[in-house]
Design a protein around this ligand. Structure first.
Ligand code: PAF
Length: 299
């Protein structure tokens, strides 16, 4: 594995590989790798000749009151895991190489438009602009054939897919299923912040979404009923959680789902456990009258 911190060196290295007709898969992360990231790396390994893992805690996607300073970092451990996952190039850019004039002097941003107005958008102003901008920078620096994102961050995945399409990046955006802990809690770098009590309650997100999946299996198609049931379940099983939203939305526009579900629908939740904000979701599609869960393969 090669570790590179300078975009120029990365570009030279990858130009050589591209000339040998090698395909390049990019897994962008903020480090503190967990099973979810390792699953993205496995997929990238399976589908590409060269795997690039980027580790960069991007300051521009954190609001001033968020956890940028205390976001978990452990580059030594990330290096070890990257090696074990057979990463070819570990890209660990400095803040200066990602934002040459400093993050606060960046003037040109990628604006995700209305897609950032729903779900997590209102509670995290500027977050998706920061994500879209840094992902666009990484796409320019790596020029990957495919890039890998987790379904847990579904809104981010929708925005990045549109970014690739609308800005003509020749990259295939692959969305990989959420990896869960034994009891169903979605893997997240932020799970380390949870106290024992919060951790016990946090599994309610998965329980509520599983309940909604069962209702869909039984024929429920009213998004408002599903939202209400999810909300009720979380409020009951995790009384100390502060629910931010429970929303069933169209997977591609992120607009509220219509009265009778028939299209790919993202059912997403966000809740605060203490000061830790967790998100989770399920995606449902209806193919020839059958209910299917997961990111549509053509999405
Ligand atoms: O999902 C993440 O870890 C980040 O939002 C990403 C995509 C690496 C951009 O900083």
């Amino acid at each position: 594995m090669r570790e590179v911190t300078e975009p120029e060196e990365l570009r030279n290295l990858l130009t050589g590989r591209r000339c040998e007709d090698k395909s390049i898969g990019l897994v962008p992360t903020m480090g503190h790798l967990h099973e979810g990231h390792l699953h993205l790396l496995d997929e990238a390994r399976r589908e590409n000749d060269i795997v690039v893992l980027s580790v960069f805690v991007n300051p521009t996607q954190f609001s001033p009151n968020e956890d940028f300073e205390r976001y978990p970092r452990d580059l030594e451990r990330d290096r070890r895991l990257a090696n074990q996952s057979k990463v070819d190039i570990l890209f660990t850019p400095t803040e200066n190489s990602m934002y040459p004039r400093g993050p606060s002097s960046q003037e040109v941003w990628v604006d995700p438009g209305a897609l950032a107005e729903y779900l997590c958008g209102p509670s995290r102003p500027g977050h998706f602009e920061g994500v879209a901008t840094v992902v666009a920078k990484l796409f320019v620096m790596v020029q990957p054939d495919a890039a890998y994102f987790g379904q847990k961050d579904a809104q981010q995945s929708v925005i990045v897919s549109k970014l690739a399409c609308d800005l003509n990046f020749a990259v295939r955006v692959r969305v990989v299923p959420t990896v869960r802990e034994g009891d169903g809690l979605a893997r997240s770098s932020r799970n380390v912040y949870l106290s024992a009590d919060e951790r016990r309650e946090a599994v309610a997100l998965f329980g509520a979404l599983s309940g909604a999946e069962s209702l869909l299996g039984l024929g429920e198609r009213d998004p408002r009923v599903l939202e209400k049931e999810i909300w009720k379940y979380i409020a009951e099983k995790a009384p100390s959680a502060r629910i931010d939203y429970v929303s069933a939305v169209d997977l591609y526009s992120l607009l509220p789902a219509e009265a009778q579900l028939a299209r790919p629908t993202l059912i997403a939740v966000a809740a605060l456990f203490g000061s830790t904000r967790l998100i989770d979701n399920t995606i449902v599609d209806f193919i020839s009258g059958e209910v299917r869960f997961g990111w549509p393969s053509t999405g």
